[in-house]
Design a protein around this ligand. Structure first.
Ligand code: GAF
Length: 429
């Protein structure tokens, strides 16, 4: 079974049930001790590989899902984003094949391996593969064009909640990219190798052109370039990155992630429509991207646009400003002061960009009522997850209030966990 995600793509982990991940001091603590993240996921992938192929893999690579602290739907408008890597990862155990065939198997949460039809890398073309296998196959396709065309056996395992708007499919793509490059002897951290930023662009191309989903650069860059204890301030236009300290626990705070379990799987046109609207607005304004509308020029820009495009533009321009203000606070360690910016971001997405839903609004409103300093949906929208900035000693009570609010409305119980910035993608063994 495959599910359609909030961007209209298909989820990468077909058997995953997006069950509530381990709470705050489980995987987060584990990843703090390991340079490339949760070793158990990598070990799991390696063990499954050996069981399936009767030989050990040549290596295991893994990549994390992400939370975007703020800066939503700004990436494809050449703007600013501020993600951090989650302590949940997708691992790819891999070995080369000499026959040019790409054979990929995923292990679902039920422990059952599901093998995609093996395919010759030379035969890959957009539209040739559907469902979850399109994601790793698209990466193989784009790497072939970049001169890396060796065949491979891949076995995938992971614990990023699927369908939760936490970027499980990008984690899979990034881990696949590092695995295939690793088999070709390429380490992105070596001088003269393709950089992580370059690999993120390749992964984006695979998603846009092979899978057929017009996403921006946020998620791939987060998975590949985030580092532990930092949020990543990315200027998508220039590619400039700043790793900004984000030590919530020293500030007595925590980021509570609320997976609403709302997948809104039939809303497959929302993301495309928003993106197309932004591009139309930029064309009408005669600028390369909405990034070029300044706060002071916003009034004039809005006045010159058709009414239906104005809220989109207002969201993008004000959201870019909110990202910059958030970074200014974080640079001087004022984490508590970003709460209002997070909440304003949600309001903008609910009322202007119109990508929220009942469950996301309920999660945000309940968390705020229960004492959160700020809260917002994170990711593409139309379901998925919200985040709340909360006092460490209020995590449990706020979580309980959110669960009670969902139960009172007869909604599926949300998944709750706290997350700290965790390591980006890398080689595990
Ligand atoms: C999804 C997309 F994949 C990202 O590129 C980004 O646009 C995000 O939605 C919204 O900020 O995660």
């Amino acid at each position: 079974m495959t599910t359609t995600n909030e961007r209209g793509g298909t989820e990468a982990r077909p058997n995953a049930d997006a069950s509530t991940p381990a709470p705050q001091d489980g995987p987060a603590a584990a990843s703090a001790a390991a340079p490339t993240g949760a070793p158990s996921i990598a070990d799991h992938a390696a063990a499954e590989f050996s069981a399936l192929h009767g030989r050990p893999p040549a290596g295991v690579w893994s990549a994390p899902g992400r939370v975007n602290l703020i800066g939503e739907h700004t990436d494809y408008n050449d703007g600013f984003v501020l993600p951090f890597a989650l302590p949940y990862r997708i691992a790819v155990a891999a070995a080369p094949r000499s026959d040019g065939v790409f054979a990929v198997t995923t292990v679902g949460d039920d422990g059952r391996p599901q093998q995609a039809e093996p395919v010759r890398i030379a035969d890959l073309s957009p539209g040739s593969i559907g469902g979850w296998a399109a994601y790793p196959s698209g990466v193989a396709w784009v790497l072939r064009a970049e001169g890396f065309s060796g065949g491979a056996d891949l076995v995938i395992a992971g614990d990023v909640p699927a369908g939760a708007g936490l970027s499980s499919s990008h984690a899979l793509q990034c881990a696949t990219a590092l695995a295939l490059l690793g088999l070709a002897g390429v380490d992105p951290d070596e001088p003269d190798a393709p950089s992580r930023a370059t690999i993120a662009r390749w992964v984006q191309r695979s998603e846009n052109d092979f899978v057929g989903v017009p996403t921006g650069l946020l998620d791939q860059t987060a998975s590949l370039s985030c580092v532990q204890d930092r949020v990543l301030f990315l200027d998508v236009r220039s590619g400039e990155m700043e790793q900004v300290p984000f030590d919530t626990s020293s500030a007595g705070l925590a980021v509570l992630v609320i997976d609403t379990k709302a997948k809104h799987s039939h809303n497959d046109s929302g993301y495309r429509e928003r993106r197309a609207g932004c591009e139309r607005a930029a064309a009408l304004l005669g600028i390369p991207a909405l990034r070029d509308v300044t706060e002071s020029g916003l009034g004039d820009a809005l006045a010159s646009l058709p009414e239906e495009l104005r809220p989109l533009v207002r969201h993008v321009v004000t959201e870019n400003t909110r990202v910059v203000r958030t970074v200014e606070h974080l640079r001087v360690g004022r984490i508590a002061d970003i709460g209002d910016l997070l909440t304003a971001s949600h309001t903008s997405m609910r009322d202007d960009y119109r990508i929220s839903c009942l469950e996301l609004d309920l999660a945000v409103d309940t968390a705020l009522d229960a004492g959160a300093l700020g809260a917002r949906m994170t990711g593409g929208g139309f379901g998925g997850s919200a985040i709340a900035l909360v006092a460490s000693d209020a995590v449990a009570s706020i979580g309980e209030r959110v669960k009670a609010a969902f139960a009172a409305r007869g909604l599926t119980a949300p998944g709750l966990f706290t997350a700290v910035p965790s390591p980006g993608a890398g080689r595990d063994s």
